[in-house]
Design a protein around this ligand. Structure first.
Ligand code: AHR
Length: 532
C-alpha cells in the first residue's frame, strides 16, 4: 500500500472505531486533533536524490526575461546579465539542477537562434503569448547561469519540429572537447572548454504540445534520436517525454519500446529517465482552478485533494516501470509539477503569472513528502517554474524581487537533499470540508548528510492545531530544534511592500521525552525538525 493510502486506511480505521476523525467547521476556535507516528531510524531506505529539489525555467512570460535575466547593461545588479539577487537566492537553497528552455517552448526552439553575437540573433515569435523573443538568452547564457548558481544542466531538446541531426549537433556543440567544426564554432562564440551537459530531454509532452503523437510514434522517434546524442561513455542522461497525470498507457508503451535499447558498443542504456508531468488544480480542472489569492476553503481542500493524487500516480507509473526495469536503472523524473491557478487579473492568461501563498508552501511540502516516499524511483523533480510563472519561487517587478512561501519550503527542506530516507508511519485523523476529505497530518523523515535526523510535518487543517506524538525507534535524540511557516490567513503571501510576511520562524513547540517526541503543529503549518 502506498503512503497516502496507508494514511487514508488508518484514518478510515479510526473513523470506523469511532476514534478521532476531525471534521472542521470554520469560524470558531477548534479543538486540537491528535495524530501519532512511528519513526524507524533503524530502517534506512533509499537516498533522497538532491535533484528532487530541481528548478524549471521556460522561455515563457517573465520567467527568463525580467525573472532571471536583465541583460548586462541593466542598472539592476547582475552578473553576465543574470540578476544577482536571484543567483544568491538559488545558491542559498542549493539548487541542484535547472531545466531549460521548455516545456512546450522547447519543441519549437532552434538552438542556432541563441548562439553568436546577440545583435545578430533572430527575433522570433514565442509560442507563449505570441510575443517577440530576442533570443538574448541562448545556450551560452543558460550554461553561464547554471554555473553561477552551481547547478547541473538539463536541456530540453526539440523533437516536435526538430530533427535528430539538429539535436545531435546541439549536443556536440555544447560538449565536444574535440576540434570538430561545431566545437570550434563554440570556441569562436567565446567558450573554449566544453559545457557540462548533464541531462537532455528528448522532446516534451509528445502527446500534446510536443507533437500530438501516439505513443508508438514517439517511441520510434526516441529510438531514432537517442543513439545520436553524445558519444559513447559520455555521462549524459537521456530523458524520454513521459505521461501527463494518469496516462498509464503512455508509460507502458515507452517502457516496452525502449527499455532494452542500448547505445552502440555496449554503452549505457539509452533510456536514463522517463518524465511525468502533474499539476495541482485547486478546483476540478484547469478551467475551474480558482484564484491564487482570495480563494475559499473549497479551493484550499481541493488543492490538497488534487496534490495528494501525486502519490497514486507515482506508485502506478512506477509499478509499470518495475515490470520492465525491476533493477530501477531508469529513473522517473517529475520534471513539471506545482500549482496552476487562474492567471493574475490584468496579466496575459498565456503568460502564467500567479501569486504564491501559504497554500503553495504546504503543497510544495506535501509533494516533497511524496517524492521522498518514492525516492528509489523518483530521482529528479522540477517545479514549474522558477520565476514569475505558475508556482514560482521568485517574483520580480523590474528592480524589485521577492521570495515566495514556496521558496522558503525549498529552504527548510534542503536538509533532505541526499539524505537517507527513514520510514515515518503516520496515523492521522481526516480534515474534511465540503464533501472532500484528506489526511490532516503528513510527514517525512531522513538522516541528513550532517548526521542529524530531520522530520518534516505538515498540518493541512486550516482550523485545528494538531498534536503529533512520534515514537522514536532506533534513535536516542538529545535535542530538537526546528523551523515553522504558518499564518492566520490561508492566502498569506509576500508582497514587494511586505516581502517577509511569510518566512520560516524558529519553532519551539516540540518536546523530547524518552523515546517520544511531541509536536504541536498550529493549523495550516509546515515544520521541519532537526534531532541530534
Ligand atoms: O509549465 C508550463 C507548460 O506546462 C509547459 O510548457 C508544458 O510542458 C506544460 O504543459
Amino acid at each position: 500500500m502506498n503512503v497516502i493510502n496507508r494514511m487514508r486506511g488508518l484514518a478510515l480505521a479510526l473513523a470506523a472505531t469511532g476514534l478521532a476523525v476531525s471534521v472542521s467547521a470554520p469560524g470558531h476556535a477548534d479543538a486540537p486533533i491528535f495524530a501519532t507516528a512511528t519513526l524507524h531510524a533503524d530502517q534506512p531506505g533509499p537516498v533522497i536524490n538532491r535533484d528532487i529539489y530541481g528548478q524549471f525555467v521556460e522561455d515563457l512570460g517573465r520567467s527568463v526575461y525580467g525573472g532571471i535575466y536583465v541583460g548586462e547593461a541593466s542598472p539592476i545588479p547582475n552578473t553576465q546579465g543574470f540578476r544577482n539577487d536571484v543567483i544568491a537566492a538559488l545558491r542559498e537553497i542549493r539548487t541542484p539542477v535547472i531545466r531549460w528552455p521548455g516545456g512546450c517552448f522547447a519543441d519549437r526552439y532552434d538552438w542556432r537562434d541563441g548562439i553568436g553575437p546577440k545583435a545578430s540573433r533572430p527575433v522570433r515569435i514565442n509560442n507563449w503569448g505570441g510575443v517577440e523573443d530576442s533570443n538574448a538568452v541562448g545556450t551560452h547564457e543558460y550554461m553561464a547561469f547554471a554555473e553561477l548558481v552551481g547547478a547541473q544542466t538539463y536541456v530540453g531538446g526539440n523533437v516536435g519540429t526538430g530533427s535528430p541531426r539538429e539535436m545531435a549537433q546541439w549536443v556536440e556543440y555544447m560538449t565536444s572537447p574535440s576540434h570538430s567544426a561545431l566545437a570550434e564554432e563554440r570556441r569562436r562564440n567565446g567558450r573554449d572548454k566544453p559545457f557540462k551537459l548533464d541531462f537532455i530531454g528528448v522532446g516534451n509532452e509528445a502527446w500534446g504540445c510536443g507533437g500530438h503523437m501516439r505513443p508508438e510514434h514517439y517511441v520510434d522517434l526516441f529510438r531514432t534520436f537517442a543513439p545520436y546524442l553524445g558519444v559513447d561513455g559520455q555521462a549524459l542522461t537521456k530523458v524520454a517525454a513521459g505521461a501527463s497525470g494518469d496516462n498509464y498507457a503512455w508509460t507502458e508503451a515507452v517502457m516496452a519500446g525502449t527499455t532494452k535499447l542500448n547505445m552502440p558498443n555496449g554503452g549505457p542504456p539509452a533510456l536514463g529517465a522517463l518524465s511525468l508531468h502533474y499539476y495541482t488544480f485547486a478546483g476540478d480542472g484547469p478551467h475551474h482552478t480558482g484564484p491564487a489569492t482570495g480563494f475559499d476553503e473549497d479551493h484550499w481542500i481541493g488543492a490538497f485533494a488534487n496534490t495528494l493524487k501525486m502519490d497514486e500516480l507515482i506508485a502506478k507509473h512506477s509499478a509499470i516501470m518495475d515490470k520492465y526495469d525491476p533493477a530501477k536503472h531508469t529513473a522517473l523524473f517529475i520534471d513539471e509539477w506545482g500549482a496552476w491557478y487562474d492567471t493574475e487579473k490584468g496579466t496575459d492568461p498565456l503568460l502564467g503569472y500567479q501569486q504564491n501563498t501559504l497554500r503553495d508552501a504546504l503543497i510544495a511540502a506535501v509533494n516533497f513528502d511524496i517524492f521522498h516516499a518514492h525516492a528509489d524511483r523518483v530521482r529528479m523533480a522540477n517545479i514549474s517554474q522558477l520565476a514569475n510563472v505558475l508556482q514560482a519561487l521568485v517574483l520580480t517587478d523590474h528592480e524589485k524581487m521577492l521570495l515566495t512561501p514556496t521558496y522558503y519550503v525549498f529552504d527548510m527542506y534542503k536538509v533532505f537533499q541526499d539524505a537517507t530516507a527513514l520510514p515515518l508511519d503516520i496515523q492521522t485523523p481526516l480534515y474534511a470540508y465540503g464533501g472532500k476529505s484528506v489526511p490532516a497530518v503528513h510527514g517525512t523523515a531522513a538522516r541528513g548528510t550532517d548526521g542529524a535526523v530531520h522530520i518534516g510535518l505538515v498540518n493541512l487543517d486550516p482550523h485545528r492545531p494538531a498534536t503529533v506524538g512520534v515514537s522514536l525507534t532506533g534513535l536516542n535524540a538529545r535535542a530538537v530544534t526546528g523551523e515553522i511557516m504558518t499564518a492566520e490567513a490561508m492566502d498569506a503571501h509576500n508582497t514587494y511592500e511586505a516581502p517577509t510576511t511569510l518566512t520560516p520562524q524558529p519553532f519551539r513547540d516540540a518536546r523530547l521525552g524518552g523515546q517520544t517526541l511531541t509536536v504541536n503543529l498550529p493549523a495550516k503549518s509546515v515544520v521541519v525538525l532537526d534531532l541530534r
